[in-house]
Design a protein around this ligand. Structure first.
Ligand code: NDP
Ligand code: GDR
Length: 382
């Protein structure tokens, strides 16, 4: 039986990948950080009781900043495949915590590669590194492909640049089967709530149900190539099943702006917007509402809709979400992955937005019922 070790198993991709590998018959080990409260929401459906024999899903406490811990876990598990998904993955936060981001995202990758080498597992363990389209940063070519020069624009991207090259170097120097997946943005209903897509779908669901009045966003003109995380984790596995290790760009080849994302998500819940002003003064104003669309999303669930009215401002720009150096536009060319891995995304952008909005409407409807029944609902927004 093949064994896989996933760092970052409690994150969006870790959860989808763990499910994918369990369905393929793998024994899946994951590293989770000790936290003062439960942090396993995304993988609770995969949990197997440690008191029962024959478990296929096993969690270990650990941290990418702790090499002895990583060496011990890798020694115990002797995985055939390691997927290094753990990272301080928020670009804006990396400007606030640059040293921690470098320690985890750059040196953390080195620590795992060194563990493989120290333990003599170079020929036993294949290694996947979660690289990123942020490496292209200030883009030098449109669309971006494997040969496009890198130009990182944040402490996060600089740390990931080190991780990219150290993976290439250990492949060339020690013959480790190591690959970089240069993944463009990928989202899902379990995307972290402070990334822009989930922030938008969550806020619009709550606005449609009268739980929140407006959402504050940053750069509305930024453009991204957004795919679905479920499609992208399949590619992570595929990359480790090839005869020779290679690096691949994974993207959809389609691009939308943050403003487009708001418009499409809002239309899903029956809110139609006009945009007024520009830059830091831009506002999204309700032009019309269609209650039947929200009713379709609610699909018979109770939760009194309190839709906003025409003229209400429900989107405002707040400079606090601007980045000191921004990545304005990213668009990937996934031709090589299509040709060599036979990979092509199955879930369209529109289907992904619909699924995210639907999930967030369900959560908001539950909160609405609680509120209407006299329970207090607390919310954290950032
Ligand atoms: P998430 O932010 O959802 O998950 C990150 C995971 O890393 C979490 O499990 C987190 O643990 C864990 N983690 C953070 N710091 C440490 C640490 N010091 N030691 C151990 N674990 C740690 O990210 P995604 O799932 O979205 O992304 C997965 C990887 O892919 C990341 O490396 C990201 O940078 C990269 N990537 C993501 C893209 C995307 O669009 N999603 C695109 C390209 C690359 P906890 O739950 O405790 O916080
Ligand atoms: P990104 O994702 O930085 O591309 O990194 P994010 O969703 O944070 O930002 C995308 C774009 O939206 C703009 N934006 C906002 N972003 C956030 N978070 N909050 C806002 O309110 C807001 N308003 C506008 C941003 O400026 C940016 O241009 C993600 C992460 O998953 C990385 O780990 C990964 O490597 C890259 O995708 C590919």
């Amino acid at each position: 039986m093949k064994k896989a070790l996933i760092t970052g198993i409690t994150g969006q991709d870790g959860a989808y990948l763990a499910e994918f590998l369990l369905n393929k018959g793998y024994e899946v080990h994951g590293i989770k950080r000790r936290a003062s409260s439960f942090n396993t929401d995304r993988i609770d459906h995969l949990y197997q009781d440690p008191h029962v024999d024959g478990r296929k899903f096993i969690l270990h406490y650990g941290d990418l900043t702790d090499s002895t811990n990583l060496i011990r876990i890798i020694q115990e598990v002797r995985p055939h495949e390691i997927y290094n998904l753990a990272a301080q993955s928020h670009v804006k936060v990396s400007f606030d915590s640059p040293e921690y981001t470098a320690n985890t995202d750059a040196l953390g990758t080195l620590r795992i590669l060194e563990a493989i080498r120290i333990l003599g597992l170079e020929k036993h363990t294949r290694f996947y590194q979660a690289s990123t389209s942020e490496l292209f940063g200030q883009v030098q070519e449109i669309p971006q492909k494997e040969t496009t020069p890198f130009y990182p624009r944040s402490p996060y991207a600089c740390a990931k640049l080190y991780a990219y090259w150290i993976t290439v170097n250990y492949r060339e120097a020690y013959g480790i089967y190591g690959c970089n997946g240069i993944l463009f943005n990928h989202e899902s209903p379990v995307r972290g709530e402070t990334f822009v897509t989930r922030k938008i779908t969550r806020a619009l669901a709550r606005i449609a149900l009268g739980l929140q009045q407006k959402v504050y966003l940053g750069n509305m003109n930024a453009k991204r190539d957004w795919g679905h995380a479920r499609d992208y984790v399949e590619m992570q596995w595929l990359m480790l099943q090839q005869e020779h290790p290679e690096d691949f760009v994974i993207a959809t080849g389609r691009q939308h702006s943050v403003r487009d994302f708001v418009n499409i998500s809002a239309a899903e819940v029956g809110i139609f917007l006009d945009w007024q002003g520009s830059g830091a003064e831009e506002k999204g104003v309700v032009r019309a509402v269609d209650e039947t669309r929200l009713a379709a999303c609610l699909n018979g669930k109770s939760g009194t809709a309190r839709m906003p009215s025409p003229g209400d401002v429900i989107v405002e720009v707040d400079r606090r979400y601007f980045r000191p150096t921004e990545v304005e536009t990213l668009l990937g060319d996934p031709s090589r992955a299509k040709e060599k891995l036979g990979w092509t995304p199955r879930i369209s952008f529109e289907e992904m937005v619909r699924e995210m909005v639907q999930t967030d409407v369900n959560i908001a409807a539950r909160d609405r019922v609680c509120l209407d029944s006299g329970f207090t609902v607390f919310e954290y927004n950032d």
